[in-house]
Every structure is written in C-alpha cells, then in structure tokens.
Design a binder for this molecule. Structure first.
Ligand code: CS2
Ligand code: MG
Length: 407
C-alpha cells in the first residue's frame, strides 16, 4: 500500500448461515480489503445501522494505516462513549484496519503485535447435559476431540429450561429465532442445590487433569456466589464465570473474601475502564473481554496490559455469536500476548466455516492461526448473500413469582 492509499468504501454485510452475523468490509483505493466482526447477539441491526449510517461515511477518505488515530477518532469523537453497540462498531473497524495493515505488509497480525510468545493458544469448549449422565457423555465427547479444557453446564431439577443447556445432545444456540425473546423460569435455590454435586460428579468422572470451567451467567447474589465458590473449591475449577452481575463491582470483594475458586468476568464489558476495578483490586483471575465487543485489537491490548500489571490473565469470550473473523483476531492477540491464558471456542456449524473461510485451525486442545497476511479470514460474499438476516433474540429470565432476574 502506498503512503497515500485511502479508504474508498466501508460496507456492512448481514448474513445468517444458521445464526446472524454482521461483518464490516473496508476497501482501500489500492483494492485491499479488511474484514471486521460487528455481531452483537440479539441487537445485530443496531450495530449494522451504527456502522452504515454513522461510521462508514467518516471512514471514506481516511488513511487505513492510521489504526490508532481512527480508534481515538471514533471513540473520543462520538461524545456518547462506551456501550456494546458503539464499541462493537469501533471493534469491527479496528479489526478490519489491522487486517488491511497485515495485507499491506505481508505479515499475519500477530507479527505486527510483536511476534509470537507461544506456538498455539489453549482453548476450551462447551459440554452440556440436561442430567448428569448426559453431561458426562458430553464432556467425554469433547475429551475425545482432544480438548484439555471443557466448560460444563447442566440442567436443574424442577426447571423446564436452563440457558446454555439443551435436552438433546446437541449444543445450544444462544439466540432463538422469533419476534420476541423466549421467557425462561429461573430458580437460584434449585441451581445451588444441584450444581455443586453435578460438577463434583464431572470431576470424579474425568480425574484431576482436565481443566473444568463453569458459567453462572450473572445469576447469583454476592453471597450466593461466595457460597457456590466455596462449595466448588474441591472441584478445582479453572474458573467460575460471571457469578454475579458486574455493574456493581464492589460486591466481588465479598465473594473474594470467602472463596479461592478462580473467578472470570468481562464478556459483557466494552472498554478497559469497566475492567479497571476488578483488575486493580484483584477481584478476578481472568478477564473475559471479547476482541469485538470491547473495541477491537487495539482495545483488547490495553486491557491485557493493565491485567498483566496485576497478574490477571485473559480468557476471551468466543461463543458461536463471535464470528470466525473475531476468533481469528482474538487468536492473533493470543499468540502475541504473554498473559493470554485461554480462548473460548464454542465451535460453528459447517456452513459458517464456508461463509467465513479462515486459516486458523483446532487440534489437540489448542487453536492456531495461519501465517496469511492480516487476520487470515475471507468472506464468501456470494454465499453470505444467500442467508438474509432472521430476527432472533436471547431469552429473558424470570423468577417463579414472575419478576425479571439477571441471566
Ligand atoms: C456465554 C455465552 O459463552 C459464554 O460464556 O456467556 O454463550 C453468552 O451467553 C452468549 O454469547 C450471549 O450472546
Ligand atoms: Mg459466559
């Protein structure tokens, strides 16, 4: 790319090969294309509009090489800072510009981030089971696929549905298609009576070596979280995730006082500032921020740097609603970041891999990037166009008395 190359187009692709994805395509005058994931599960069109209607016109004519200046321009210039829509849009621009810079220099992005500090990235995937035997089977399936770390989620006796768990052996899809969110009934007391025993059964089944993770998905009060963390200490979890909503971060002090079970929080965070107290007060062991929803590679590196000062490690969010473009970006950060611990990899349907062709790969419990210039992903636009957006929502959770609860 010559010094005078400029952005000539910024287009937004919304496609739904089994689930909705929003992807930003930035094109330069010299024909270079960069891709960025802009998917925000359940609110996809908000980000698509933010990009199409407000950001794309500002990108045309800009120097694609000025990644940080573009990030600062879109973050500090918008006035209405932070939040998932704004930061997912900025994240998509950031990913696309890093992709272009890699293609300009002929280097995979991790080389531009200082080169590899590891050869491959440890990953974990999901095991779910409505009852304990089904959960053990699901864990075994993932172990047979070579995973060294598995998240275990289970049904709860007395509840008809539990988010993240299916009654069939198949994995769950977070967002359900339809014109309104599914309504689920949640009972924390029933969950707390059941989860410790179910997770202890998994640990007994798999032995001491498999890394086990569990996601409480924001559902507990601080004291419930403290009780659960203490009850799980002998299960030796790699982490207990999102024990309680993290708007009020001071409450984690109570949890931390009562349990040494490692805590992971951050998948719903959008900037380093939301992570700040949890990191500097040592209230978490892992920060879960996602390379898209937290504002891109440039932003995730800032979070990693702050976390490193406090010996907090990264374990970025990587469900099916983070596209293969974002997973690639997260892996490039993972290869080049010393305190990157583990990458979530829920997996994708085969069609998604066809739409988003990528050079990253899974083997024997680890994910590896390729050495293609940029992020190593290309979008089959013709194939993507065959799957138009379909309205889908994440469920909502209510207590048995009908009141809304966190999830
Ligand atoms: C979950 C996600 O993977 C996880 O840790 O918290 O499945 C989350 O529920 C979805 O990404 C929401 O869209
Ligand atoms: Mg989670």
């Amino acid at each position: 790319m010559s010094k005078h190359d400029t952005i000539v187009a910024a287009d937004v692709l919304v496609t739904s090969p089994g689930r909705n994805f929003v992807t930003l395509k930035i094109t330069t005058g010299e024909g270079l294309v960069g891709w960025g994931d802009a998917t925000l599960n359940g609110r996809e069109l908000a980000v698509a509009s933010y990009l199409r209607d407000h950001v794309a016109p500002l990108l045309v004519g800009r120097d694609p090489a000025r990644i940080e200046d573009t990030w600062q321009y879109l973050y500090r210039g918008v006035y209405w800072r932070r939040g998932p829509v704004t930061m997912t849009a900025i994240g998509a621009v950031d990913l696309a510009l890093w992709d272009i810079k890699g293609k300009t220099t002929g280097q995979p992005v991790y080389q531009l981030l200082g080169g590899a500090v590891r050869d491959r990235v440890l990953t974990y995937t999901h095991a779910t089971g409505w009852d304990v035997p089904q959960l053990l089977d699901s864990v075994d399936t993932q172990r047979e696929r070579g995973f060294l770390a598995v998240r275990a989620q289970m049904g709860v006796p007395g509840l008809d549905t539990v988010y993240g768990v299916t009654r069939e052996a198949a994995g769950y899809e977070p967002a359900g298609r339809g014109t309104a969110p599914a309504e689920e009934v949640w009972d924390t007391a029933a969950y707390l009576r059941h989860a410790p025993g179910a997770l202890a059964a998994v640990r007994d089944h798999v032995g001491p070596d498999l890394h086990l993770l569990h996601d409480s998905h924001h559902r507990l009060t601080p004291n419930e979280a403290a009780r659960l963390g203490r009850a799980l200490e002998d299960v030796d979890l790699f982490w207990l995730e999102d024990v309680t909503p993290a708007e009020n971060q001071e409450v984690l002090r109570h949890v931390r006082r009562h349990t040494t079970t490692p805590l992971a929080i951050g998948e719903v965070f959008n900037t380093v500032w939301e992570c700040q107290s949890l990191i500097t007060e040592q209230l978490i062991d892992y920060v879960r921020t996602c390379v898209t929803h937290a504002g891109g590679i440039s932003s995730l590196r800032r979070i990693a740097a702050l976390a490193d000062v406090w010996q907090v490690r990264l374990g970025p969010h990587g469900p099916s609603d983070v596209s293969p473009v974002a997973l690639a970006a997260s892996l490039h950060v993972g290869l080049a970041t010393p305190n990157f611990a583990i990458q979530e990899y829920m997996g994708y349907e085969p069609l998604v891999h066809e739409v988003f062709r990528h050079d990253w790969s899974y083997a024997d419990g680890y994910l590896s990037t390729g050495d293609s210039p940029g992020l190593g992903v290309d979008v089959d636009e013709d194939l993507a166009a065959r799957f138009p957006y379909e309205r889908a929502y994440l469920p909502v959770a209510r207590r048995r008395d009908g009141s809304m609860t966190d999830w």
